[in-house]
Design a protein around this ligand. Sequence first.
Ligand code: SF4
Length: 91
Amino acid sequence: MRRGAPRCSGGYEMNIPDLLEIAVAWKRAARPTDEEQEKADARVSICNGCEHKAFREFLHIYVCDACGCPLNKKIYSPRGPEACPKNKWHI
Ligand code: SF4
């Protein structure tokens, strides 16, 4: 399978690296370092202006509808800009 942005939603296959990335992102979201928080803040400001940011009523969370990931965790991905499926992140 091609390595790309994490695939969090149903209908997509996830592999071990994807699951590890998600686990690290959730851990960082719970207790970020100053550097991780700074990066997350920069990413969320990009997501806030993106047409792929979508609210999921039943979960009461915002997700990236390009990959299905919850944005409040995705922004803490340990990967670089390539974690954004539409190549909009620069950090
Ligand atoms: S495509 Fe990228 S910038 Fe847009 S919501 Fe998804 S992660 Fe954020």
